[in-house]
Design a protein around this ligand. Structure first.
Ligand SMILES: [Zn+2]
Length: 280
């Protein structure tokens, strides 16, 4: 089965990406949460363009995928789960949970360290919040995130199946929790105990620093509640809240070339976590 996962990984991931993207895009058209001011034609080609840049760069820079590294780690007996004997389902479930915690902590780190915030703020500079926002990450952030992911996979000896599940899940939930879909409030209240919902994550894309620095979770909503970074709703309400950050609000900033240069332009702003505390 390991070899099958390795051989079919690109197709499984591309298929899941295409399927979830199509479902969320249609759902947004049929039942939108917020009225969008900027049309899709202005943002989508650029947000999807950055996905192409990110994917090509990861392929060029890294000699292996995370699934490939999991196979190597298993062959050499690297990492916790390749040295102890536990039922496979325990290894898979706990690996997915630990990887999700690592992504949560990485996200907090990108909000805390000013130089890392410069990279991550490109994701936050989107002026609307929809399925393509969930794919819009600066290539250097993607490369750093890959280093962290590969480290966790090797150190923990994550089973190949768990790596594949996590990669597909992270991509799918990122598109889901950034989407502009309306979910009935009662259902959202139940759902957000199990998974990060769009209403929960939209708070994180508010222009207000205290709201931006909350709800860091991507898959599991528990980390925010556990570490005290949970914020239920935006103060201004979902319809009236302003999406984005204070910098880069000119719609020309939505172009791919400007997006790629944003980390190197302007000052760091007042969003990094340490700066926020000094000002309060
Ligand atoms: Zn963020």
């Amino acid at each position: 089965m390991r070899d099958a996962i390795f051989a079919y990984e690109p197709y499984i991931r591309l298929g899941a990406f295409g399927g979830v993207f199509a479902v969320m895009a249609i759902w947004e058209l049929l039942v939108p949460r917020r009225k969008q001011v900027l049309g899709r034609g202005r943002r989508w080609p650029n947000n999807l363009g950055v996905v192409v840049v990110d994917t090509l760069l990861v392929r060029l820079v890294f000699p292996t995928t995370a699934v490939g590294l999991a196979l190597v780690a298993e062959a050499h007996g690297w990492g916790l789960f390749n040295t102890i004997t536990v039922p496979i389902w325990i290894a898979v479930v706990s690996s997915v949970v630990v990887l999700d915690l690592a992504i949560y902590l990485q996200h907090v780190l990108f909000h805390a360290v000013p130089a890392l915030w410069r990279l991550h703020r490109m994701h936050h500079a989107d002026l609307e919040f929809d399925v393509t926002t969930g794919l819009r990450f600066h290539p250097i952030e993607i490369l750093l995130s890959m280093v962290i992911k590969l480290t966790v996979v090797a150190a923990l000896g994550v089973p190949v199946l768990a790596v594949l599940i996590f990669e597909v899940l992270l991509n799918a939930t990122s598109m889901f929790n950034h989407s502009n879909v309306r979910i009935p409030l009662g259902l959202d209240n139940v759902l957000r105990w199990l998974v990060v919902t769009p209403d929960m994550h939209r708070v994180h894309h508010s222009i207000l620093a205290r709201e931006t620095n909350s709800n860091f979770g991507f898959n599991l909503p528990w980390w925010d509640r556990l570490f005290g970074t949970y914020r239920a709703q935006p103060e201004a309400g979902h319809d009236a809240m302003t999406i984005g950050i204070e910098q880069f609000r000119d719609p020309r900033e939505l172009g791919l070339d400007r997006m790629l240069l944003q980390p190197f332009r302007g000052d760091v702003g007042r969003y990094p976590l340490g700066r926020r505390q000094r000002e309060q």
